[in-house]
Design a protein around this ligand. Structure first.
Ligand code: NI
Length: 190
């Protein structure tokens, strides 16, 4: 198991646009090892997702997984997903305001995300996927794909008064957010 260092906001590496992976390279030891390191690092930090950019690898790979997550107890489950060269396309104009966190940013804040998106990507075996994601899961996909373009959630926070540390979020905003987002998840389904 290899846990890599996660870069934090201010590190210029987080602002680089990652390069696509040649599908012929997916089976290589280099790419497979990087995927394993992303999974280990995400799990070690209780993240819901991690993009290669966040460990200073500028290739378009993100991993996502949500089980019983202490950082995000309200998030619907996501099975371990490896997304190589992911492409996201909003399906309509519906937006939801999500309070997000990030392993690279020691704060949380509110961001508008598309509720319904189509995602296309390759998995670690090189199989093509074309799927619809909704709700908080769609938000997680948008967050991770933003990383691959050098974008952090904090860039998209329209109202800076929603920014808070994790401790202050838990003390003052967590309950109201969980109530609102749980009602949303119940309606949207994920
Ligand atoms: Ni992040």
């Amino acid at each position: 198991m290899t846990v890599r260092e996660i870069l934090t906001i201010g590190n210029p590496e987080l602002r680089r646009v990652a390069a696509e992976i040649d599908p012929a390279e997916i089976g290589s030891e280099r790419v497979q090892r990087l995927i394993n390191e992303l999974i280990d690092t995400m799990r070690g930090a209780n993240g819901a997702g991690l993009a290669a950019t966040q460990i200073g690898e500028h290739v378009r790979i993100a991993v996502m997984e949500v089980g019983e997550n202490p950082r995000y107890p309200y998030k619907p489950k996501i099975p371990l997903t490896i997304a190589i060269n992911p492409v996201i396309e909003p399906l309509d104009d519906e937006l939801v305001e999500i309070n997000e966190g990030c392993l690279s940013v020691p704060m949380r804040g509110n961001v508008q995300r598309h509720v319904n998106v189509r995602v296309r990507y390759l998995d670690r075996e090189g199989n093509e996927h074309d799927e619809i994601k909704r709700g908080l899961t769609a938000g997680t996909w948008q967050h991770e794909c933003d990383h691959l373009d050098g974008v952090l959630f904090i860039d998209k926070v329209d109202d800076p008064t929603t920014l808070s540390t994790w401790d202050e979020f838990n003390a003052h905003h967590r309950d109201a957010f969980i109530e609102r987002i749980t009602a949303f998840v119940d309606r949207v389904g994920s």
